[in-house]
Design a protein around this ligand. Structure first.
Ligand code: KG4
Ligand code: ZN
Length: 349
């Protein structure tokens, strides 16, 4: 089955074709994928401008679709079904992909299905041969969400914990901004941290001993105060590369330490031995390495997707769509987008 996946929930226009017959191939069943990032468009405003995002998705969807077909070497008539992100996300941006996908499916006479963006992230590490088996604990860490989920199967999700304020990725982005680094901050903090000492400064690990929920706003304030109090951490002429690298490394270390300790707690609480990490922050090398080491100590394993499938992309939507379509699920002709959508409301497969 060839499924076209469309991701337009925020500032990335992502399209991909997942072909279930290629699942054992090196490229994890992906026939092809294209991704256009609007980062530059929004950079001057310091954040995503929803109306500009929608307009740009509209401009890019058709050319990217043709580029994808060329890359895959197929005609549109060879597509068997279409999956699009139905929520959560910016309503205007979601509507562009949903309307494009739903109309194209109608024109081609094939089924279409709306996918939960975070389920796309959650299932991405399962693409390809030898996926981690259910049940597992999923740590979903993106720019908008931080969730610990006990997953028994596709659509069978129990929320074990979540952030009560900022998301993990958002915290990386804000700390990066304070250090004068560009958006998205996560990869830039990680790069700067490479030359820094993670133990140079002690930053808080909020809510470590309070259940499985997270809180990252205190961390943000701590970074703000640290920068204020530390000579050489600024971006101006007093800037000292080593001090800045030490702050980035100490911040990343505190974030990773918090995520790792909560994940271990969640595995113990759910009595599970597999942790699957997904979402943009799961691309973080320090997080992956620390989880590998710490989970080995408790006979548990960590699983993740290649970095390009951790951040927003069309492939994860195509794959989640495939999982649901092959179970007989699809949506009717109505185009409904859901900007806020609890994952626990998803039907089981
Ligand atoms: O999943 P994603 O692409 O988009 C959302 O659904 O939000 O996640 C984007 C987030 C951004 O906050 C970005 O800074 C963060 O993921 N991120 C990282 C890394 N790569 C992306 N954070 C830490 N380390 C990274 N290597
Ligand atoms: Zn995402």
């Amino acid at each position: 089955m060839k499924v076209l996946g469309l991701e337009t929930s925020c500032d990335e226009t992502g399209l991909a074709i997942f072909d279930s017959e290629l699942i054992d191939s090196d490229n994890k069943g992906l026939l092809g994928q294209v991704l256009y990032s609007q980062i530059e468009l929004h950079a001057v405003y310091g954040g995503v401008v929803p109306e500009l995002a929608s307009r740009d998705h509209i401009r890019k969807l058709v050319p990217l679709f043709h580029e994808l077909l060329d890359q895959c070497g197929i005609s549109k008539h060879e597509i068997d079904a279409i999956a699009y992100t139905k929520g959560p996300g910016l309503i205007g941006a979601l509507m562009t992909g949903a309307l494009f996908g739903r109309s194209l499916a109608y024109g081609l006479g094939i089924p279409a299905i709306g996918i939960h963006h975070m389920e796309g992230h959650l299932l991405a590490p399962l693409m390809g041969a030898n996926p981690p088996a259910f049940p597992f604990v999923s740590l979903l860490v993106s720019g908008g969400h931080t969730l610990l989920i006990a997953a028994q199967g596709v659509g069978q999700y129990e929320i074990l914990g979540e952030s009560i304020d900022d998301a993990a990725g958002e915290c990386f982005d804000k700390a990066a901004k304070m250090l004068g680094l560009e958006y998205p901050g996560g990869p830039n903090i990680a790069k700067l941290a490479e030359t820094g000492n993670p133990n140079a400064y002690q930053l808080p690990r909020p809510m470590l001993h309070r259940g499985l929920d997270f809180s990252f706003s205190g961390m943000k304030t701590a970074v703000h105060n640290l920068i204020k109090d530390t000579a050489g951490s600024g971006t101006g002429s007093d800037s000292d590369p080593q001090v800045r690298a030490d702050i980035a490394a100490s911040f990343q270390h505190a974030m990773v330490d918090t995520l790792v300790r909560k994940s271990i707690k969640a595995l113990k609480q759910a009595n599970m031995s597999r942790l699957v990490i997904a979402g943009g922050v799961s691309a973080n090398r320090h997080l992956r390495d620390t989880l590998e080491t710490e989970l080995a100590k408790i006979n548990a394993t960590v699983h993740y997707a290649p970095p390009a499938l951790c951040t927003d992309n069309g492939a994860m939507i195509a794959y989640a769509g495939y999982e649901r379509l092959q179970a007989g699920q699809s949506d009717d002709l109505a185009v409904t987008c859901v900007p806020r959508w609890p994952m626990t409301e998803l039907p089981a497969v």
